[in-house]
Design a protein around this ligand. Structure first.
Ligand code: ATP
Length: 329
């Protein structure tokens, strides 16, 4: 392997830069040339790239976002798109491609492999933590930290007015961010897709807790954390139902894209650095068509296909704990 290309794709996540840096430095160590394609798979189609040398990644480990930019790219999903990408990679004599991204980006790698015979490796970079085969993804811990800091602040104002807050966090179809930020912020209830039954049933559970709150008068505020896109019709619908049933003062807060930004916390810098270096090492050892990940703090190689065909479960232990400590009774 003489030349490696890297790109970041899909939702951006804090720690992507730290990972680019690690790839660059690990390659330099091995005497491998590195280039970075910009704007996700768009860069591959437009032959839009830059060299990545030590000076380019200096002072980068702590920066949020991605210096290679990220994007979605529908054209790449077509057969012609993959063929053009393969042709462009060959034109630059690229020997291997590393993509930092989420599930969709990994499907992109599988798609590319149908027409390009050089090795590809995926690195899990998404705040949602919804990738099977690795305990954590790059960006997840920072997103939790950001969510928790915001929820702490909201609690102060909720308490002053004895209000109930419904806080929407990201996660796509997964409840990892919601569960961990609910526990870390000491919130009172959490709604995650993995455990959601029906709006009617969930409403009853929330109302039960609010009734306990009314009787006990111990909790001036009440914070409910909810994964995005989960409540049918949106969070305002839930807020309106709860307000009419209880008469409590309710507010909805959508945390939104702040969760994707900011300087990565040290756990994400560590994961990004380890996985970046491990991806380069694995390529040198002949890996192809795999994701590099970590389970129980050990590096692992997982076939790309397996990252989407296997279900990643919420941490049962965390679910039980949350249930026990938020019963309020
Ligand atoms: P996140 O989960 O953080 O949003 P992601 O990688 O899942 O990240 P997507 O928007 O799903 O984000 O995918 C990123 C890009 O990967 C797409 O814009 C497209 O270029 C490529 N991609 C996604 N799905 C496929 C597919 N089935 N075939 C080929 N390419 C794909």
């Amino acid at each position: 392997v003489n030349k490696i290309a890297v790109l970041t794709s899909g939702g951006d996540a804090p720690g992507m830069n730290a990972c680019i840096r690690a790839i660059c430095l690990a390659c330099e160590h091995e005497g491998i040339e590195v280039i970075g394609y910009t704007h996700g798979y768009n860069g591959l189609l437009r032959q839009d790239w830059r060299t990545l040398e030590r000076a380019d990644v200096y002072n980068l480990i702590q920066r949020g976002g991605t210096i290679l930019y990220s994007a979605r790219c529908d054209k790449f999903k077509t057969k012609e798109g993959a063929e053009l990408a393969a042709k462009n990679l060959d034109e630059l004599n690229v020997d291997a491609l590393i993509v930092i991204g989420g599930n969709g980006s990994f499907m992109g790698l599988e798609h590319l492999q149908t027409v390009w015979d050089k090795p590809v490796v995926g690195i899990p970079g998404t705040i949602d933590n919804d990738i099977s085969g690795t305990d954590f993804t790059i960006g997840f811990h920072t997103a939790i930290q950001t969510a928790v800091e915001s929820i702490d602040k909201v609690r102060d104002t909720a308490e002053a007015f004895e209000r109930i807050f419904l806080v929407e966090v990201m996660g796509r179809e997964a409840g990892f961010i919601a569960l961990d930020s609910a526990i870390s912020s000491g919130s009172d209830h959490v709604l995650v897709p993995e455990l959601f039954t029906s709006a009617a049933e969930e409403l009853v559970k929330i109302l039960d807790k609010l009734e306990v709150r009314r009787k006990n008068k111990t909790n001036p505020s009440h914070i409910i954390i909810i994964t995005e896109n989960l409540w049918p019709g949106g969070l305002q619908v839930l807020a309106d139902s709860l307000a009419s049933e209880t008469g409590f003062d309710l507010r909805v807060l959508t945390l939104g894209h702040v969760q994707r930004g900011g300087s990565p916390v040290s756990k994400d810098r560590m994961l990004a650095t380890r996985l970046g270096a491990f991806a380069v090492e694995s390529l040198l050892n002949g890996a192809r068509g795999v994701m590099v990940g970590e389970t129980h703090t050990k590096p692992v190689l997982v076939p790309l296909e397996q990252t989407r065909t296997t279900t990643k479960n919420l941490n049962r232990y965390s679910v039980e704990i949350l249930d026990r400590i938020t019963r309020l009774g």
